[in-house]
Design a protein around this ligand. Structure first.
Ligand code: PLP
Length: 491
């Protein structure tokens, strides 16, 4: 049960009190509480938003007697998520991953990293200069998607990486698969190492007993949380949570958060975190309970549509899946004879519905904490039903199955050396044998085929070409058409 303190929003209140004073504004931002704003900006943000767009370093808001309202809001967030300390982030979970990477170690130190982490963690490796050992997640060959990491794979990777200073994993995945974080933490802790979890997709997990356990409660030491994703702060507003162990020094994390943060954090973004925290802490159980019930009904409607199935609890227990987040409705479209790409486009262009994610075999709709999912779920199911019917009448070309991806190439430089060091751009066809200076990940399943610092192989390059020919797409290359690749110069 949420305590009384959680019902307050100290930082939001401080912003509102400040703007209610109608102060003369002779500081930034130049729109001066909206009076100097272009009408387009007013139309976009509204005068309320502009009046409350208050800069940092404002007396009684984030400076003055401590704990300031800004500090109080972060303390409440730490209490709400069960953290020793929490930081508000205004550059997304990406900032959390950058700060985490900087806090772990640097230049040549070893770290074990799940291969299909978000690009912000790879960018973190470029920032910190560490030498990663990558661990493959479990792959679902039928659905062509990646799940979580097993404790056995993590243990093997750590044992093969003497001197590793930490293990970095992601849970939940884009498809809602939650790893057994408690077992992963045990594997890392038994070797004296911290477990870092990118829980960008799981900020809500802490707030309902029917959801898979959250990473902090499972023993993780540092957890990145993309609060804006499902808990619903403003886009970009995220948090970093420190666990209760003593494997990570909060002072170092604090300095690293500042290192990768603007000196002008938006009060609106941070305020939205304070408000979203209250909603989750005070009303989360009730709101999530209602949403989960409504999603159950949407699932039932979806599975009744010929050719569709949903990823459900029956997957739990497969390698890399200790739980499934029901706030994501992942729909298996294989039985329709069409692809997730075609279905998602049809749903968007003919029915005005945007999905979070789609791959060859699966499309994913996500629900938010507090969403009136009865009505939105009905709308989704109706659109999917209609779109499947329409696709039946216009079948696409037959789909050939793509072979599984080849093993990734040997890491011959750190990602930092390859990404930031001397390099050149060469034709894609000439790249085999060279060292990649940029990453490439073919979707599906989205596990990077190439990361900066790895030797490019003929097999990998052909796989990427094949994947595109199959209707997939490749993320990461600076040449979107992939006519050229950026490679490192070896000394
Ligand atoms: C697993 C994961 N981590 C981190 C991020 C980065 O989050 P943000 O967009 O809040 O920076 C994402 C974004 O999609 C993600 O999926």
């Amino acid at each position: 049960m949420a305590d009384h303190k959680q019902e307050t929003t100290p930082y939001v209140d401080a912003l509102l009190e400040y703007s209610a004073l109608d102060p003369g504004r002779f500081q930034v931002p130049g729109h001066k509480g909206g009076i100097a704003a272009d009408p387009a900006m007013v139309a976009l943000v509204g005068m309320t938003g502009l009046i409350n767009d208050i800069p940092s370093v404002t007396e009684g808001v984030d400076i003055g007697p401590e704990p300031t309202p800004f500090q109080q809001a972060q303390i409440l967030a730490a209490e709400a998520w069960g953290a020793k300390r929490s930081w508000f982030l205004v550059n997304g979970a990406s900032q959390g991953n950058h700060a985490t990477s900087m806090a772990l170690g640097h230049m040549g130190q070893r770290v074990v990293v799940q291969r299909n982490v978000h690009s912000s963690i790879i960018d973190g490796l470029v920032l910190n200069g560490m030498r990663p050992t990558f661990v493959a997640p479990e792959l679902d060959p039928e659905l062509g998607i990646a799940h979580g990491l097993t404790p056995e794979s993590l243990a093997a990777a750590l044992d093969a990486t003497p001197g590793a200073v930490a293990a970095l994993v992601v849970s939940p995945t884009y498809f809602g698969a939650c790893a057994d974080v408690a077992a992963l933490a045990e594997v890392a802790h038994s070797r004296g190492l911290p477990l870092i979890v990118d829980e960008a997709w799981g900020a809500h997990l802490h707030f309902h007993p029917d959801l898979p356990p959250d990473a902090l409660a499972s023993g993780a030491d540092l957890v990145t949380s993309s609060t804006h994703k499902i808990v619903g702060s403003l886009t970009q507003a995220a948090m970093l949570h420190l666990g209760h162990g003593d494997r990570i020094d909060p002072a170092v994390v604090d300095r690293c958060v500042s290192l990768v943060e603007t000196t002008s954090p938006s009060g609106l973004l941070s305020g939205s975190l304070d408000a979203a925290r209250r909603q989750a802490a005070v009303h989360g159980v009730e709101l999530l309970g209602e949403t989960l019930e409504a999603i159950k009904r949407t699932r039932e409607q979806i599975v009744q549509i010929p050719g569709l199935d949903v990823l459900d609890e029956s997957m739990v227990g497969r390698p890399g899946i200790a739980g499934l987040d029901p706030m994501r409705l992942s729909v298996d479209v294989r039985g329709t004879g069409s692809t997730g790409y075609r279905l998602a486009k049809k749903i968007f262009y003919s029915h005005g519905i945007d999905l979070e994610l789609y791959s060859e075999n699966v499309v994913v709709a996500i629900f938010g904490l507090g969403e009136p999912a009865e009505a939105t779920g009905e709308r989704l199911a109706a659109a999917v039903r209609a779109a499947v019917g329409e696709l039946e009448a216009e079948p696409g070309p037959p789909q050939e199955k793509l072979a599984p991806p080849p093993p990734w190439g040997e890491l011959v430089m750190t990602p930092r050396e390859a990404y930031l060091g001397p390099q050149e751009v060469i034709p894609f066809e000439d790249a085999a044998g060279r060292v990649a200076a940029e990453g490439l990940a073919a979707y599906p399943p989205g596990i990077p085929n190439v990361l900066p610092g790895e030797r490019l192989t003929t097999e990998t390059l052909s796989y990427i070409r094949e994947s595109i020919a199959h209707g997939g797409y490749v993320r990461g290359g600076s040449d979107r058409e992939l006519k050229t690749l950026r490679v490192a110069l070896e000394r």
